[in-house]
Design a protein around this ligand. Sequence first.
Ligand code: ADP
Length: 236
Amino acid sequence: MKFFETRHLTKHFGGLTAVNDINFEVEKGEIYGLIGPNGSGKTTLFNLITGYHPSSSGEILFQGQPIHRLSTWKICKLGIGRTFQIAKPLRRMTVLENVMTSAFNRAPKKSEAMEKAMEVLEFCELASKKDNSAKGLTIGDRKRLEIARALATAPELLLLDETMAGLTPQEQTAGAELIRKIRDSGITIIIVEHIMHVIMNICDRLLCINYGQEIARGTPAEVANNQAVIEAYLGK
Ligand code: ADP
């Protein structure tokens, strides 16, 4: 049984095919990168995997189970968590309250949700800021909070959407360390990221898409040297 795979996954928005016959599989324990120029369909792919958009055709299988007709809530319960490209913490709440809101998805009792939230905040090195208002956080901490909220849903597969955008080089290094630490804790990761040196460093394998279609896949070195990838990024 494959840990995660898509088969002929396709999404049309009216006349636009945002995701076009995408087939890829992710092995348990790897960090799998999804790259492509702006508008190539990466976020739409995440939205299909997590049930935010229904697919037009094709299948998504998680641990052998078809999930492409399930609700976002059921998909979350099965163990797929995600972050969003634009981190939107609940600004009036504290850091801890934000993470607890997510933890309630998997731990209905308040004491359990609190325990899970604290565990995740320690893991993400945000515990010292647990009582801070989410509103006042730096971009770096806001991105960490976004990851913490996704981790609080206790995922086995975590989808990270541009968690490095806007970070300083030091914050990027710390962010990459956190992602490796998440993987080392047993969580499989699919990551969308524009900062190439980060993605090339942390991913085991990559899929590159353009106009919704696969143009290359392989190890970071293979993908980086692929002519179709170079042309897609140079806009030829
Ligand atoms: P990426 O994440 O790679 O930048 P997206 O998945 O956001 O790309 O977008 C892929 C294409 O689908 C773009 O042309 C975008 O305009 C279009 N698109 C995305 N979401 C919608 C939507 N909800 N309705 C219509 N078109 C959409």
